[in-house]
Design a protein around this ligand. Structure first.
Ligand code: NIG
Ligand code: FE
Length: 405
């Protein structure tokens, strides 16, 4: 039963709390048993029952819950650096998509890539994310868009969930774009998703969530409703890429279908904010994608004031966010979304866990929770975010075991 001592500050990040309540404990200690937190508090209050247990010194570092990246497109083929330059020269993301680039160019490369190559590349990314303190990762499909290729992506995640250190949560995103072989036959593609892809995914238990990209040029709210109804019938929980490039009522749709989260929301309406607040839907902000695409971020303050919990994630993907760095996304959420360091810490831990419906077991350092935590070379989360240091993460523990040092 290890006892972590000599902690400068520890942030428990309680699940049910105000948007800026990070459960800060100065001069803290924490005890865990069989991978779960058993006791946490001030070191001076450590119960004598733990006096003879082995001590692990935090050497004065700061401890936060393991970070949760609740929105990534982890496995894909190819790269799109050419589009990066093209966008910098003035071509829009939608124009690139309209000429068959964007998501569809990654679909071509992902279909061509072997399962082994996808796995090796995703595994390297997971290692990089671990060095950034990320201990739980959501991973979407959506670059296969056929039965065989969506299953290929999700099977990569299933194997990585067994072999990698992090907790991996898979999401089906077959409704990401209409693939070229169905252009002019959208209903045919929706039939394929509902009648073949979803049942196969459910039968092999390859995904927890079912996501859809609701946007002009992608899927309409009614098309997404159809996909979500089929998903619900098979036990998958809805999630949405919503109101990213325009207001399509995505936030309200997420509330209506009981989605675990609505992600992006750069163009969310006030009516959708109210609907999400009433339904308790989590908003996932993706500040790196807004930086890369050069657009305004979501109204994080307004959402929080309305009572909507706001998570922060990377949206790691080859197009709009090719940077797998959650602390950087947290920093960007501070400077671009006017979220405080406390709010982004909650956003990348307990609120992100809520977006994955894991807030009873992950994202907080309280008794019963997985002992997933990160030691940071900074005196507080405020200091960490203020003078953003990419090398501040010194150690990561998952289930009470050292995963990165
Ligand atoms: O979350 N918005 C749609 N999907 C991704 C981008 C995918 C891509 O460009 O390949 C996103 O930004
Ligand atoms: Fe995304």
């Amino acid at each position: 039963m290890p006892v972590l001592t000599d902690v400068k500050r520890l942030y428990t990040c309680p699940p049910e709390a105000r948007a800026d309540d990070v459960g800060e404990i100065e001069s803290a200690a924490m005890v865990w048993r069989e991978g779960r937190v058993e006791w946490v508090g001030r070191e001076q209050d450590l119960p004598v029952a733990y006096a003879d247990e082995p001590e692990v010194s935090a050497a004065g570092l700061t401890v936060v819950p393991g970070l949760v990246d609740c929105h990534t497109h982890l496995a894909f083929g190819g790269a799109r650096a050419d589009e990066f330059t093209e966008r910098l020269n003035g071509t829009s993301y939608l124009d690139i998509a309209a000429r068959g680039g964007g998501i569809l160019s990654t679909v071509r490369a992902t279909r061509e890539a072997s399962e082994e190559l996808l796995q090796v590349n995703a595994d390297l990314l997971l290692c990089r994310m671990l060095r950034r303190g990320v201990t739980t990762v959501e991973a979407k499909s959506g670059y296969g868009l056929s039965l065989a290729d969506e299953l290929k992506q999700l099977r990569v995640y299933k194997r990585l969930a067994q072999t990698s250190r992090q907790r991996l949560i898979p999401t089906l995103l077959a409704a990401h774009a209409v693939p070229p072989e169905f252009s002019g036959n959208r209903d045919g593609y929706l039939d394929l998703i509902c009648n073949e892809i979803l049942p196969a995914v459910a039968a092999e238990r390859l995904a927890v969530f079912c996501d859809a990209f609701v946007e002009t040029g992608a899927f309409t709210p009614d098309e997404a409703r159809r996909v979500f109804a089929a998903a619900r019938g098979l036990g998958l929980v809805p999630k949405l890429h919503a109101d990213q490039l325009s207001d399509t009522g995505g936030g309200a749709l997420a509330a209506e279908v009981g989605a675990a989260s609505a992600d992006h929301l750069e163009n969310i309406s006030e009516a959708s904010i109210r609907a999400m607040a009433r339904a308790g839907t989590v908003a996932v902000s993706l500040p790196l994608a807004t930086l890369v695409l050069g657009v305004e971020p979501l109204p994080a303050r307004e959402l929080m004031e309305a009572g909507v919990p706001v998570a922060v994630a990377t949206d790691f993907n080859p197009g709009s966010a090719p940077v797998a760095d959650l602390p950087l996304a947290m920093w960007a959420a501070c400077v671009r979304q006017r979220m405080t360091p406390a709010q982004v810490l909650r956003g990348a831990t307990t609120v992100a866990a809520r977006a994955l419906q894991l807030h009873g077991s992950v994202g907080s350092l309280l008794p019963g929770y997985h002992a997933d935590f990160v030691l940071i070379n900074s005196s507080s989360v405020e200091t960490w975010m203020y003078s953003f240091d990419p090398d501040a993460i010194w150690y990561a523990y998952i289930g009470g075991e050292v995963a990165y040092d």
